[in-house]
Ligand binder design. Structure first.
Ligand code: CAA
Length: 382
């Protein structure tokens, strides 16, 4: 067993850390407050190759491994979890399925521009009646000559307002249930794509979350991703990798909570001594650090397995389950350690708490992760 990162992986981590501190930190809280999308920051992130980190160099990506992706995601999310999710969706949920399931023409057309940050992607699976129950798709795609006509509503779409490229799932044959779902690469400019609502959120407020309606949207057959009926498999396998990215995002929030707590504990005095000298605070800090390290190892294990080309479904779900729980727990403890100052916006820990919660919800709730883990262990269908 080798716990050594390669020089390249360490260089990526350092690049991400430096970028986050220099470019994201100064306005992270302000963007959150104003619900302002980080357009300029995402452009700069793309210049570093971080919007297409795992896309192979043939298609204009950085050709990096999943471990590098995890290291970068943690560093970015430690400073701004909104930027973390924007980056995660583009890398894991848009570039990955296009590279894995796309035709050569689709890869050449979309991947270089997605990796360069000229295009932004979104993943349109969830619907008003299909969240955890993802196969209960109501959106339809009806073949009409060289086109499919899409009709339906997609909910909670990260990057939905600003994305140019949407991976959309729709029923092509309702009779066949999950095997009747197909995937499409839809350009936002296609007629009949309407952003109907931008959500107001508790956390990750500078990333946008939208409702998108497809109204007789004409999608060329050449934009179908994979064969007809493969859509659900594409969605599920895509989310397996996505969950590693969200685990890394959660780790970033947890680590930020720990670092803020350590700093505050060394500055603030109560009862004549620093918080750091009180055993009650020391125990909290020890527990936070221990949980974070466990979640980090599990996340890296999932990434390592993915990079080796083996099965990683169980480890990805375990990593997301644990890291998201640790993020919420650490953020809560950070607020507690800061006392009243933790509850106001003078310190960033209230943002960490608000940002942490979503990691237990999106890309499969904690309950869904437990279902997947149990199914893998028991070799059962849900
Ligand atoms: N990996 C690979 N294949 C999978 C899979 C996985 N994790 N989960 C299911 N499948 C396959 C099954 O093997 C099965 O294939 P076969 O028919 O060939 O055997 C097929 O998919 C159907 O499986 P199920 O019958 O088990 O499907 P189900 O309808 O019972 O649902 C579920 C299973 C795991 C609960 C699934 O619905 C699920 O993952 N739900 C959560 C959805 C989710 O994560 N949504 C996130 C939205 S996107 C988002 O959040 C992005 C963002 O904004 C940041």
């Amino acid at each position: 067993m080798n716990f050594q990162f390669t020089e390249e992986q360490l260089m990526i981590k350092e690049t991400a850390r430096k970028f986050a501190v220099e470019e994201l930190a100064p306005r992270a809280s302000e963007r959150d407050e104003k619900e302002e999308f980080p357009h300029e920051e995402i452009k700069k992130l793309a210049e570093l190759g971080f919007m297409g980190m795992m896309v192979s160099e043939n298609y204009g990506g950085a050709g990096l491994d999943t471990i590098s992706y995890v290291l970068a995601m943690e560093e970015i999310s430690k400073v701004d979890a909104s930027v973390g999710v924007i980056m995660s969706v583009n890398n894991s949920l848009v570039c990955w399925p296009i590279e894995t399931y796309g035709t050569e023409e689709q890869k050449l057309k979309y991947l270089p521009r997605l990796a360069r940050g000229e295009l932004l992607g979104a993943f349109c699976l969830s619907e008003p009646e299909a969240g955890s129950d993802a196969s209960n798709q109501r959106t339809t795609a009806v073949r009409d000559g060289d086109f499919y006509i899409l009709n339906g509503t997609k909910n909670f779409i990260t990057n939905g307002v600003y994305a140019n490229i949407l991976i959309v799932f729709a029923q092509t044959d309702r009779e066949k249930g999950s095997k009747g779902i197909s995937a499409f690469i839809v350009e936002k400019d296609f007629q009949g794509v309407i952003v109907t609502k931008k959500e107001k959120k508790l956390g990750i407020r500078s990333s946008d979350t939208a409702q998108i309606v497809f109204e007789d949207c004409k999608v060329p057959v050449v934009n179908r991703l994979g064969e007809e009926g493969m859509g659900f498999k594409i969605a599920m396998t895509t989310l397996n990798g996505g969950r590693i990215g969200i685990a890394a995002q959660a780790l970033g929030i947890a680590q930020a909570s720990l670092e803020a707590s350590i700093k505050y504990a060394k500055e603030r005095k109560t009862f004549g001594k620093f918080l750091a000298e009180h055993q009650a605070i020391q125990f909290k800090i020890a527990d936070m650090a221990t949980k974070i390290e466990a979640a980090r190892l599990l996340t890296l294990l999932a990434a390592w397995k993915k990079d080796r080309g083996g099965k990683y479904v169980k480890e990805a779900s375990m990593a997301k389950l644990l890291a998201s729980q640790v993020a919420v727990e650490c953020a809560l403890e950070a607020v507690q350690i800061h006392g009243g100052y933790g509850y106001i916006k003078d310190f960033p820990v209230e943002r960490y708490l608000r940002d942490s919660k979503i990691t237990e919800i999106y890309e499969g709730t904690s309950e869904i992760q437990r279902i997947i883990i149990a199914r893998e262990l028991l070799e059962m269908k849900v």
